[in-house]
Design a protein around this ligand. Structure first.
Ligand SMILES: C[S@@+](CC[C@H](N)C(=O)[O-])C[C@H]1O[C@@H](n2cnc3c(N)ncnc32)[C@H](O)[C@@H]1O
Length: 236
């Protein structure tokens, strides 16, 4: 597949405003140290995440991390855990790299691997039952019906998420778009590999314990939008 064809796979923005000097510097200083390479991502379910992080107490994957606010806070709060994360938007990736560049990690490098392209490349590459948790936080809503097929949560992508999650591993999805919340809940409920952790829909409005509230989530709250937290578990 040519690069031009590959780029077409991800809908939405890959570039925004030009990067300022600090973001460019952070990309130059940090990106290569953390980036997965195209040779590592073979999309054939053979990549063992333990190759990178043999001692991690938990392995998580964040799909579409935006500016990386949630991810970076999680990395700092849980230093024994390791994270995979994908974000095709270079402005988002550079924001995460700037967070990293601005801090010093005790062990020299954070337990993190990033991919600046389609998250499904990472999902398809990982071996079966290798992750404890997948986060899909505020995915693009694609409100037009003819674009619903672009939504990140689909039966096809859930097949892949189910394959790479360990038994009882969690799929955590959030949104402040009611229609998308309904869609993601229905998709996950209808998928045979997942069961919902909540006892009732009321629980979907409760922030999980120890939750990292991002600027995006906070702004939505201030604008009167309600955040929905959908937590599903891979059936054992
Ligand atoms: C609405 S933003 C939310 C960002 C972040 N999760 C948050 O809660 O602030 C959705 C993000 O998903 C990313 N995205 C869209 N398609 C993607 C894909 N196929 N793989 C990985 N990320 C994707 C977009 O670039 C965008 O940054």
């Amino acid at each position: 597949m040519t690069l031009a064809n590959k780029l077409k796979k991800v809908h939405g923005r890959k570039h925004g405003r030009p990067l300022n000097a600090a973001r460019q510097r952070a990309m130059g200083n940090q990106f290569e140290r953390y980036a997965l390479t195209p040779t590592e991502l073979t999309c054939d379910g053979t990549l063992d995440p333990r190759t990178f992080f043999p001692d991690a107490t938990k392995l998580s994957f964040e799909v579409g991390f935006g500016n990386g606010d949630f991810l970076f806070e999680m990395i700092q709060r849980h230093p024994s855990e390791a994270f995979f994360a994908a974000e095709p938007y270079v402005n988002g990736m550079s924001a995460l790299m700037k967070h990293i560049d601005d801090t010093s990690c005790e062990d020299g490098q954070y337990p993190l691997k990033v991919w600046m392209d389609d998250a499904m490349d990472v999902a398809k590459s990982l071996i079966d039952s290798s992750l404890d948790c997948i986060y899909v936080l505020n995915p693009d809503p694609w409100p037009k019906v003819r674009h619903h097929k672009r939504r990140m949560i689909s039966q096809k992508n859930l097949d892949e998420f189910a394959r790479i999650l360990k038994d009882n591993g969690q799929l955590i999805m959030t949104t402040d778009v009611d229609d998308l919340a309904e869609w993601m809940a229905t998709q996950a409920t209808n998928h045979p590999a997942f069961e919902c952790e909540a006892n009732s829909k009321v629980d979907w409005q409760k922030k999980p314990e120890g939750w990292v509230t991002t600027r995006y989530e906070q702004k939505g709250k201030e604008a009167g939008r309600k955040q929905t937290y959908l937590i599903f578990r891979k059936k054992a």
